[in-house]
Design a protein around this ligand. Structure first.
Ligand SMILES: Cc1ncc(COP(=O)(O)O)c(C=O)c1O
Length: 389
């Protein structure tokens, strides 16, 4: 073989039987083959074999199986981002003439998808306040309502809906439940009879702020119903990202615990400051959502929001004065972030809708990282000193 050919047909290295790598290999290959066409059509090849990585890939499959198990379900589809996971369920489950119920207390691009983009396909929506129990009952009872998409805790104000009540009501009316479980994490809320969980794996899953990913999780039947669209739509997770996410998940529980501990300490600190009017973190014993959250979740995650007794200029000055908290709109990675909520998380809401969702000019969201909490508290302290004297 000429060397020009050799570089594209490289030597194969195989391991002796019983010689097992402790960390699974990463399958970067887009294509998989068999020695004969006949072999590629065999029962085992059809059931467990791989062909093309947009359809399925062993490394991505490993991640899907792990994510499904953490969420107490049978199966999952890994996709390229959290938004792709939301779109996969929306397009997979809704058709023209159907209605979806969403909430003002939802991640902004999700509202944009439902309010601006779905109507192009003839799919109607109702947007309610997450605490509007009467509205929820009314909308679920409509014949055309087919799906509800909600978060717990909600982004960014950390409200906690009663998931069991939501599910019971949805089931009574034949409404498919989709829980964006990004904030609570893969280990939470598996005990509820939710139809589909969606996650941005960009956050706690990957955990290091260097990968984008998403996951749809459900029963085998529900996931099988989406698989064809997922493969055809092509928003597949890249195997390199799958590997990095698998690696990130090795420290998932340690990280989530530390995010939660740091966030609680910061929420307690902020609660005691005169410059702070209100702290929204369900881990705080005096938070109105605490009792319900404590029943539904084991820990409360790394995100909290609070209102300063300040105008917009002072609020921005406070955010700019923080040194360890980078001003950016994400969460669930090792480093702490801060964002002005009305600007970063509520840009699409009318003034009335934002007020209804409890968002003010002075609302600040922290996505607390895993740094030493003393340094984070020190950073907040110096920013308070700088802006409020
Ligand atoms: C609750 C929630 N859902 C979905 C997403 C979208 O995730 P991605 O950025 O991976 O598309 C985010 C991103 O911040 C989020 O906070």
């Amino acid at each position: 073989m000429k060397k020009e050919t050799r570089v594209t047909h490289q030597p194969k290295v195989t391991l002796p039987e019983g010689n097992i790598p402790v960390v699974s290999p990463v399958y970067r290959s887009v294509k998989f083959t068999y020695p004969t066409i006949e072999a590629s059509l065999g029962a085992d090849a059809k059931a467990r074999g791989y062909d093309y990585s947009r359809d399925s890939n062993p490394t991505t499959r490993q991640l899907e199986l792990l994510a499904a198990e953490l969420q107490d379900r049978d199966d999952a589809i890994a996709v390229a981002s959290g938004m792709a996971s939301i779109w996969l369920v929306l397009l997979g489950k809704l058709k023209a003439g159907d209605r979806i119920v969403i909430f003002a207390e939802t991640y902004r691009p999700t509202r944009v998808a439902v309010r601006e983009l779905l109507p192009r396909f003839g799919i109607e929506f109702t947007m309610l306040g997450i605490e509007d129990r009467a509205g929820i009952e009314r909308e679920f009872a409509r014949d055309d309502t087919k799906l509800v998409l909600f978060e717990s805790p909600t982004n960014p104000m950390m409200l906690v809906p009663d998931i069991a009540a939501f599910v019971a009501l949805a089931q009574r009316h034949g409404v498919t439940t989709v829980l964006d479980n990004t904030f609570a994490g893969l280990h939470s809320h598996g005990q509820f009879d939710i139809d589909y969980y969606v996650h941005s794996m960009t956050k706690y899953g990957g955990g290091h702020g260097d990968t984008l990913g998403g996951m749809v999780i459900g029963s085998s039947e529900r996931i099988a119903a989406l698989r064809k669209l997922a493969v055809n739509m092509g928003s597949t997770m890249d195997p390199g990202v799958s590997y990095l996410t698998l690696r990130g998940l090795k420290t998932y529980y340690l990280r989530y615990e530390r995010h939660s501990e740091n966030a609680l300490a910061i929420a307690e600190y902020l609660n005691g400051r005169d410059e702070v009017e209100r702290v929204c973190y369900p881990g705080l014993p005096d938070d109105p959502n605490h009792e319900l959250a404590a029943r539904q979740m084991d820990d409360f995650g790394g995100v909290l929001s609070f209102d300063l007794r300040a105008d917009k200029a002072e609020t921005w000055a406070f955010i700019d004065a923080l040194e360890l908290f980078a001003t950016a709109a994400s969460l669930g990675a090792t480093e702490s972030l801060v964002s002005p909520v009305d600007l970063y998380q509520a840009g699409d809401l009318s003034a009335e809708e934002a007020a209804g969702a409890g968002i003010r000019e002075s609302t600040v969201r922290l996505a607390v990282g895993i740094e030493h909490v003393d340094d984070l508290l020190g950073d907040l302290e110096q920013a308070f000193g700088k802006v409020f004297g």
